[in-house]
Design a protein around this ligand. Structure first.
Ligand code: DGL
Length: 275
C-alpha cells in the first residue's frame, strides 16, 4: 500500500512563524509546507498557559487533519506553554504516529557554540520569559551558559502593525535593548526568542555594541529539522516533496496576504479557516 504523505505543518500565532518558514523552505526546497497563522487570536504572548495550550492544540489538530504528520510550532510562546503537554499527553491519545516539534530546544542545543563569554541575552514575549523554558532547556543542553532574560511585550504589536520602523517604535525597541545590556554588560550574544523579532534584526544590529551578535532562530531550527528527518526516516517518508507551500489563516485572508507578503517578500495567497 502506498504511504500517505503530506506537507510539514508550520504553526504560529500570527506572522512571526513566516521568518522560520522561509528558512525551512531554503533548507528543504523540495518539501511541501502548510503554514497556519492564528492571526485572529494573536498575539499569544500575554495569554495564560491554559489558553495558549488550548489554541495551539486546536491548530495542531487542524494541521493533522489536513495531512501533516510533522508539525513545527514556529512560535516560542506556543513552544514554551503548549509543546510539552501536547507531546506527552495529547499525541499518545490522538495521533501516536505523528510528531510535534518546537523552536526552543534547537536554540538551546546550539547556544554554547555561539557565545564566548557564556553570557547570553534572551528577548521574548512575556509568556516565554515567565515560562522559564529557556532556563530549563539550557540547564540540560548548555549548563555553562548564563542567561539574562528580558520580556519585550510591545515588539509583537509594533511588528504586526508595521510600526517597528516608526520613530516611537524604534525608541521603544531601543529602550528594551539598552535595559537588557545595562543589566548584564558581559552579554556577547542575544537570542531573538520570538519568531516575530527577526523583522527588526537589522535595526538591533545597528543599535547594540559591535561585540554583541544578534541571533535569529530560523536557520537553527531548519538545520535541526534536517538532522531530525535524517534520524527519523519513518517521519521523513511521510513528508511530501513537490516544492509547494500553502497558507492558512484565521484572519481575513486578504489582510493576511498583504502582511505576509511583506514578511516573505513575495506575493502570498492564503485561505481563511476557522479553528
Ligand atoms: N511569534 C510568537 C513567539 O515566537 C509570539 C507572538 C505572539 O505573542 O503571539 O513567541
Amino acid at each position: 500500500m502506498e504511504k500517505q504523505q503530506g506537507p510539514i505543518g508550520v504553526f504560529d500565532s500570527g506572522y512571526g512563524g513566516l521568518t522560520v518558514l522561509s528558512e525551512l523552505q531554503k533548507a528543504l526546497p523540495q518539501h511541501d509546507f502548510l503554514y497556519l497563522g492564528d492571526n485572529a487570536r494573536s498575539p499569544y504572548g500575554n495569554r495564560s498557559f491554559d489558553v495558549v495550550y488550548e489554541y495551539t492544540l486546536e491548530a495542531v489538530k487542524e494541521l493533522f487533519s489536513r495531512g501533516c504528520s510533522l508539525v513545527i510550532l514556529a512560535c516560542n510562546t506556543a513552544s514554551a506553554k503548549a509543546l510539552r503537554s501536547i507531546q506527552q499527553t495529547d499525541l499518545p491519545k490522538i495521533a501516536p504516529e505523528k510528531r510535534v516539534l518546537g523552536v526552543i530546544r534547537p536554540s538551546a542545543e546550539v547556544i554554547s557554540e555561539l557565545t564566548q563569554t557564556k553570557e547570553v541575552g534572551i528577548v521574548a514575549t512575556q509568556g516565554t520569559i515567565q515560562s522559564n523554558s529557556y532556563k530549563i532547556e539550557l540547564e540540560k543542553y548548555a549548563p555553562t551558559v548564563h542567561i539574562t532574560q528580558k520580556a519585550c511585550p510591545i515588539w509583537v504589536p509594533l511588528i504586526e502593525n508595521n510600526l517597528h520602523n516608526s520613530i516611537p517604535g524604534k525608541m521603544l525597541i531601543k529602550n528594551d535593548m539598552d535595559e537588557l545590556i545595562a543589566t548584564n554588560p558581559k552579554i556577547d550574544t542575544i537570542i531573538l526568542a520570538c519568531t516575530h523579532y527577526p523583522i527588526v534584526k537589522s535595526y538591533l544590529e545597528e543599535i547594540v555594541p559591535a561585540n554583541i551578535q544578534i541571533i535569529a532562530q530560523g536557520s537553527i531550527v531548519a538545520e535541526k529539522l534536517i538532522s531530525y528527518l535524517e534520524r527519523h526516516p519513518e517521519i521523513a517518508e511521510k513528508c511530501s516533496k513537490n516544492s509547494l507551500t500553502n497558507y492558512l489563516t484565521t484572519e481575513n485572508n486578504l489582510v493576511f496576504d498583504e502582511k505576509a507578503s511583506i514578511f516573505m517578500q513575495k506575493p502570498i495567497a492564503s485561505s481563511h479557516i476557522k479553528l
